[in-house]
Design a protein around this ligand. Structure first.
Ligand SMILES: O=P(O)(O)OC[C@H]1O[C@H](O[C@H]2O[C@H](CO)[C@@H](O)[C@H](O)[C@H]2O)[C@H](O)[C@@H](O)[C@@H]1O
Length: 247
């Protein structure tokens, strides 16, 4: 199901990855990126004069490892990394998470079965997909770690059976604003498509700039449910590209 009937010509498109473009997998490296999706994203980016960016909690290096030749405009690490031009320089908007935090998280994972730490440098994901029932207790432990270190620049962002330890100064909203300030996005209407709590800053930034927000598979206040599944998003991208090619 797709609820988007907007003329894409003047849009700057921001796409989340996990749960939006890609089906959720048991482990981060087990996601499947269809070849057709890579080709369709390249065609759609061209159709939008380059005004398409992937905006993810993953690092840009990880995005590149998944999307092969695409090397898209992108933000990684929840706004901490920005690549303004395809295949270009990756700018870091924040410092890496301090080693003291990293060490505490590794120690926590070592004594909690089912907790997996994904160290992304600028942020750290603490996954608990293998033990979904421990979410509340894990959040309390993470909050205690950050309180103990007294570092108010870091916060906890909940995602899909994951807590992201990240700098509070940057998120998907800061990434959208940074892209919208420069070509080829400047002067277009932002459209953000995402599925997760972590996408809410992106939804809000797009709407605040006079644009659109569409959710995938879940409802968020003030956001239109655009799609039921990532397969629907992929089909919509394919159809949008197809329509342009047929015109
Ligand atoms: O902002 P996104 O592009 O949606 O990325 C969010 C996080 O995605 C990955 O974790 C999530 O997807 C995994 C694969 O489906 C799944 O196994 C995990 O449970 C999810 O939390 C990624 O590992 C994180 O680094 C991203 O922040």
């Amino acid at each position: 199901m797709t609820q988007i009937a907007y003329d894409m010509d003047a849009v700057g498109l921001f796409l989340d990855i996990d749960g939006t473009l890609l089906d959720i997998a048991a482990k981060p490296h087990e996601v499947v990126v269809p070849d057709e999706l890579v080709a369709d994203l390249a065609a759609l980016s061209k159709q939008l004069d380059g005004a398409l960016a992937l905006v993810s909690g993953r690092t840009i290096a990880d995005i590149d490892s998944l999307f092969g030749s695409l090397r898209p405009r992108a933000s990684g690490g929840h706004g901490a990394e920005l690549r303004a031009n395809p295949g270009g320089h990756v700018e870091l908007a924040t410092e890496p998470v301090p080693d003291t935090v990293r060490e505490e998280l590794e120690e926590l994972a070592s004594r909690n079965k089912g907790v997996m730490v994904e160290d992304k440098g600028v942020c750290i994901a603490v996954h608990y997909r293998e033990e979904p029932t421990i979410g509340t207790a894990l959040h309390l432990e993470l909050a205690a770690i950050l309180d103990g270190l007294g570092d108010r620049t870091l916060g906890i962002l909940p995602g899909r059976l994951v807590y992201e330890i990240k700098h509070v100064s940057h998120d998907k909203g800061t990434a959208v604003r940074a892209f919208m300030a420069t070509p080829p996005f400047h002067g277009r209407r932002p459209m953000f498509i995402g599925d997760d709590v972590t996408d809410q800053a992106g939804f809000a930034a797009a709407q605040a700039a006079g644009g659109f927000a569409y959710s995938v598979g879940r409802d968020y206040p003030g956001v239109k449910r655009g799609f039921d599944t990532p397969a629907d998003v992929r089909a919509w991208i394919g159809a949008t590209v197809g329509k342009a090619e047929a015109a």
